[in-house]
Design a protein around this ligand. Sequence first.
Ligand SMILES: C[S@@+](CC[C@H](N)C(=O)[O-])C[C@H]1O[C@@H](n2cnc3c(N)ncnc32)[C@H](O)[C@@H]1O
Length: 326
Amino acid sequence: MNTETESSPETYVLAEQIKVDVLTGLSASPKYMHSKYFYDTKGDELFRQIMQIPEYYLTDCEMEIFKDRCMDMLNTLSAFPNGFDLIELGAGDAIKSSELLKCLVHNDINFTYYPIDISGNVIQLLHDELPKRIPGIDLQGIQAEYFEGLKEVVSRSDRPKIILLLGANIGNMPPDEALEFCTLLREQLLEGDLLLIGFDLKKDPWVIFNAYNDQQGVTEQFNLNLLTRINRELAADFNLQNFRHYESYDPTNGAGKSYLFSKTNQTVTVAGEEILFEENECIFMETSHKYSLKEVDHFALKSGFEPVMHLMDSKKWFTDVIWKAV
Ligand SMILES: C[S@@+](CC[C@H](N)C(=O)[O-])C[C@H]1O[C@@H](n2cnc3c(N)ncnc32)[C@H](O)[C@@H]1O
């Protein structure tokens, strides 16, 4: 784990770990990738582009919530008179949380902001940009995986904790893994600590389908970029022309899934291992799970939290919920 500006993203994820994970995934049937590896410097940039494409409604909806309901959030979150630690897991460019951060700083709330992200690039960007946008912010970025970063914050400070997990992050875990994640998170917190978490809601299936099948093809580039990363970091020879993106959404269970499929029979060498692909064989790249409000509340209760507040955008497409550890 690295803090602040001490390392580059490429040095953080140990070469051996990415090699083991990629080779395990490509030897499985069906083949899969770990979506946390999407975020190298180019992947961060492509994700920022995705957030701006017209079909990708998630950012606009959540931005609306953060702009319009900041005071409601502030009233609930500033319940700790001696200050608190505000920890954002998978912060990315913190575009939405910045609205809350501004509100907290302008209202002289005593807090330290700890963005945690696996990408050292985004932590560096936050250290470069946030103090300019929000003068006076107390910022300590940590480049790490979620729980490793959280343990680091707990070792640095015993103030009450408020955890942010925004955007697509929880949706990028299948429901059983997401529930386990919330349960583990609860174990790291003390009674009364708070969690503000974003869930994308079930809605018109075409709206969801189109969000991951954008006309400009940025989502496809984002997926293909992981093959480029593997080529660079694991001496692989994926030919990107031989793979295409495919997205599915199942409205009966809320499961959105991204794949890359092989356009031809081919052999790819990855870290010295030969990986065979049949024509039309898929690599499962990422899940984007959608929930109902009832399922979200159920999650809170099952993982040791009490739902305190649902905040929704005007279309009721996305919710940010505040849960209290009980
Ligand atoms: C889909 S982006 C969302 C960013 C931000 N939460 C938002 O709502 O705009 C996911 C972010 O989480 C980070 N991330 C993904 N898996 C992670 C992990 N296991 N530990 C820490 N960060 C992770 C990525 O680097 C990326 O910045």
